[in-house]
Ligand binder design. Structure first.
Ligand code: THG
Length: 370
């Protein structure tokens, strides 16, 4: 298949799984970390229904790794995040806000602790590598920082465990949430974590070496024949229902982790060494004046949210919608918004300025059961 609308070039990186994705009939891509990320296979709504009922394999190679290797790897990792990493053992993954010296969000990756001296930061869509290299260099740390040839492949959905057991053996069932183990595939070591960008359950396989990408893709496809396995991708509807944030859409470096509702992943007092610590101690004391909230938007299906839609109260702008989609299961439009504290309480009725005109928008905490 050739790419409609997107002009291929080496800057727009393909992934080790792109041939499989295209054979499976990918209908649309986005660009994430300068790499292709599928967004639709059959339709967003069909993909959503199938994700909740069966099992999908996702090419999320665009979740690139920033690897830290050397005696100062742990020290550098703690400089990057206000989450206290002292209790983290090799074999664990942590969702970690990454902040700059002002406490602004630079990324919201998954940190993977391979050993005391080796970490992967599985990044969202921003060029975090440069910030990490500059921090290591500026502090003269004894650590190598680079992007290795590691491409995550996610297996998501209620039948994910059954599929994984067929390919990697029954012991893959023992991997706990946000933990990982090492498993063999055709003589190659694979880090497999129970994690992923959906709330339907599943795993992420960190595939080392692009050459083994298609053999693994094909083996999973073969093993899933009678499980209604299909290629899928992070699903807009499911991730809004689940409250999974998208860096660059729902938050930027203008936002603190507290504004993003990620305060539960900050231990700013004890995160000694974090470069944003002083700034965050200040904002954490006062508390944020705006925060991310789940929002229900009234009426028929909203169009795609490709820019922030103002949220108004009495004509005054009090926030913005950053993601929105029609939810078949909730029978309403679900959305993610950033709302000023005067209007962020449960049930607060606002007006969303959508491209189709103004719509009633209500703060709807119960979408996300935190
Ligand atoms: N997996 C991996 N890398 C990633 C993502 C991923 N990099 C990019 C992007 N996704 C980073 N963003 C997120 C957002 C949410 C979660 C993971 C990565 C997530 N959150 C759960 C939650 O908020 O409920 C669990 C957090 C927890 O309990 O620790 O999973 O998906 N490899």
């Amino acid at each position: 298949m050739t790419l409609p609308f997107l002009s291929p070039s080496r800057r727009l990186r393909r992934t080790p799984f792109s041939d499989g994705v295209e054979a499976a009939g990918v209908k649309a891509y986005t660009v994430y970390n300068h790499m292709l990320l599928p967004t639709v296979f059959r339709s967003v709504e069909e993909d959503y229904r199938h994700l909740k009922e069966a099992v999908q394999i996702w090419d999320v190679a665009c979740e690139r790794q920033v690897e830290l290797r050397g005696p100062d790897a742990g020290r550098l990792m703690q400089m990057l995040t206000p989450r206290d990493l002292r209790g983290m053992s090799p074999g664990q993954c942590y969702y970690v806000p990454i902040v700059d010296e002002t406490g602004g969000m630079l990324n919201d990756p998954v940190a993977v602790k391979l050993s005391e001296e080796r970490w992967w930061i599985s990044i969202a869509d921003s060029d975090l590598l440069y910030w990490v290299k500059a921090t290591a260099h500026g502090w003269r740390l004894d650590v190598l920082v680079d992007e290795p040839d590691v491409s995550p492949l996610a297996v998501q959905g209620p039948k994910a465990e059954d599929l994984m057991a067929r390919v990697f053996g029954e012991s893959v069932r023992d991997v706990r949430f946000f933990r990982f183990g090492h498993f063999d595939f055709q003589g190659r070591d694979m880090v497999i974590a129970r994690s992923g960008y959906s709330k339907q359950g599943g795993f992420e396989i960190y595939v080392e070496g692009e050459d083994i990408g298609m053999p693994l893709w094909n083996a999973l496809m073969e093993a899933g024949r009678d499980l209604d396995l299909h290629a899928g991708c992070p699903n807009l509807i499911e991730r809004i229902e689940s409250g999974l944030l998208s860096y660059g859409n729902d938050m930027t470096d203008d936002n603190t982790p507290h504004e993003c509702g990620l305060g539960r992943f900050c231990n700013t007092q004890s995160a000694i060494g974090c470069v944003g610590r002083d700034a965050l101690l200040r904002v954490a004391k006062e508390g944020p004046t705006q925060q991310i909230r789940p929002i229900a938007i009234d009426g028929p299906a909203v169009p795609r949210c490709d820019k922030w839609w103002p949220l108004r109260a009495g004509g005054k702008v009090v926030g913005r919608i950053s993601s929105a989609a029609w939810s078949p299961d909730f029978n309403t439009n679900v959305a993610i918004g950033m709302v000023r504290m005067t209007h962020w309480d449960e049930g607060c009725v606002l007006e969303a300025e959508t491209p189709d005109g103004p719509r009633e928008a209500v703060v709807h905490e119960t979408f996300w059961n935190r």
